[in-house]
Design a protein around this ligand. Structure first.
Ligand SMILES: Nc1nc2c(ncn2[C@@H]2O[C@H](COP(=O)(O)OP(=O)(O)OP(=O)(O)O)[C@@H](O)[C@H]2O)c(=O)[nH]1
Ligand SMILES: [Mg+2]
Length: 471
């Protein structure tokens, strides 16, 4: 029996199941890509978005919710039976139950399908009856996203770039000493390869803790079931003049290619294929707080990732993603509840400037783009406090242990260049500004019937991303 026969018998058995199945084939699916580095706010965004779509009392700017076009929303079994389900209920319970707290960092990929029953609008809408639209969303560890940047690099490029970039990082000193003493032309010794890979993984863990965004390969940080396999046993080493076929360098090269082909590509092909709508989440405030180097590092990392989505430049990704073009991209600065709303336009402008290249490219390629500051789960209330005799527009929230505190993050500049230029020039710290950060916990107020968790502009974000498909 050939492939054609298999396909044929499948088609026939499906047909015999009748109308319910064929209807399923014509129910449109919106695939929403959630793109963001680790801790950008992906899991919180997905959880709060789903909760606020199920209970739409806080979604006035989502037109289909406000005018009643959405008749009902429900969670469905996801289409892909081999991927774990996104733990929506557990994440929501963490954030809104008794003793509210943030969900854990994501360690593996998961998926969720939300289905809408929609009454088509317009003159003939009433005649057409309800239709069903599905929304598919995937969550994954942010660390894995950076691997997109590896796909168009050779091992030699990646090794040279990485060694140069980390040369003066204290977190890398131990690994650099080991790599420097390594002769890549020598014959492969598995024990050497292992200790190089272990040492490099150790560096990546310290670098991530120190706030660096450029930590590849992502699976070194979160190996999942791949731990210890040869595809994860490589590291950047200096290129020798004449590496022989059985040399350590050649073997590292082969493993790097295997990592790309066997781990990175399948991940993007399976989970980023056919994405039509994309939200790019950026913790710009966190990077600003961490300082100019973190801002520049984040800018470069995001530019690299977003370049990979561009249909024109990297043909391979277009092929990988099934040739479908992303129609809409929302660039969102997350955690905006750390700022009084009077500063939100400045935060949005800074985030737009950070992602300028990517946004221009997307606009040029014909995608619709928008930028806004959001809080998927609003953990603060606004409060004007007096400070040194003057009023200060601050926010107030709950800290670990339950204590309430007022907080002022600092005055963001009206001109983003005031942050981006020193960052590009490699400044060590901000010259005449100081930006704070505070770890607020989700507020301890139970959800009201018919309402999802409190947020800032999540309804506008949803309107831009999927609103047109729900009418
Ligand atoms: N105040 C506030 N904090 C937020 C919000 N969204 C996310 N955070 C904070 O950011 C942290 C990271 O959010 P996650 O949603 O777990 O981030 P992620 O992108 O899923 O991160 P990984 O799973 O590590 O890739 C949370 O633990 C919160 O501390 C928000 O809307 N408001
Ligand atoms: Mg997560």
């Amino acid at each position: 029996m050939g492939i054609g026969d298999i396909a044929d018998s499948v088609t026939r058995s499906v047909e015999s199941l009748g109308a319910s199945v064929s209807e399923a084939f014509f129910e449109p699916v919106i695939r929403l890509g959630v793109t963001g580095l680790s801790r950008a706010g992906k899991t919180v965004f997905i959880t709060s978005l789903v909760a606020n779509l199920l209970d739409r009392g806080r979604m006035p700017q989502l037109k289909a919710a406000a005018d009643g076009a959405i008749r009902s929303v429900f969670l469905q079994p996801q289409p892909d039976v081999t991927v774990p389900r996104f733990e929506y209920e557990a994440h929501l319970a963490a954030m809104t139950g008794p003793d509210p707290h943030w969900p854990d960092s994501t360690r593996a990929v998961s998926e969720l399908r939300l289905s809408f029953r929609v009454q088509p609008q317009g003159m003939l809408g009433g005649l057409r009856g309800l239709r069903t639209v599905h929304l598919d969303i995937v969550d994954y560890p942010g660390e894995w996203l950076l691997d997109l940047g590896l796909l168009d690099r050779t091992y030699a490029d990646w090794a040279a770039e990485t060694l140069a970039r980390i040369a003066d990082r204290p977190e890398a000193a131990g690994f650099l000493a080991l790599a420097g003493a390594t002769n890549g032309a020598a014959r492969l010794d598995e024990a050497d390869a292992r200790s190089l890979a272990d040492s490099f993984a150790g560096y990546l863990i310290r670098a991530r803790a120190a706030g660096w965004s450029d930590c590849t390969p992502g699976r070194f940080l979160l190996p999942g079931e791949m731990a210890g396999s040869p595809a994860l046993t490589f590291a950047p080493i200096p290129q020798p003049a004449d590496p022989g076929r059985t040399s350590l360098w050649r073997e590292m090269d082969r493993r790097f290619e295997a990592y790309k082909a066997r781990i990175v590509k399948p991940f993007f092909r399976e989970h980023f294929a056919r994405i039509e709508r994309q939200v790019v989440l950026v913790d710009a405030l966190g990077a600003i707080h961490a300082g100019p180097r973190a801002v520049e590092d984040m800018r470069r990392a995001m530019a690299e990732i977003l370049a990979a989505f561009h249909p024109g430049r990297n043909g391979w990704l277009t092929g990988l993603l099934g040739g479908r073009r992303v129609e809409r991209i929302l660039f969102a600065a997350t955690k905006a509840d750390h700022l009084h709303h009077s500063q939100h336009p400045r935060l949005t402008a800074i985030m737009e400037a950070l992602l300028r290249e990517a946004k221009d490219r997307a606009d040029f390629a014909g995608a619709k783009t928008a930028a806004m500051s959001i809080a998927a789960l609003r953990a603060t209330v606004e409060e004007t406090i007096s400070h040194e005799g003057g009023p200060l527009d601050a926010v107030r929230g709950r800290l670990q242990g339950g204590r309430q505190a007022a907080f002022w993050a600092g005055e963001l500049p009206a001109d983003p260049a005031q942050l981006l230029v020193p960052a590009r020039q490699g400044a060590e710290r901000w010259l005449d500004a100081d930006f704070g950060a505070m770890a607020f916990l989700p507020a301890a107020s139970p959800l009201r019937p018919g309402e999802g968790p409190p947020h800032i502009r999540l309804d506008r974000a949803a309107e831009f991303l999927i609103g047109d498909r729900l009418r």
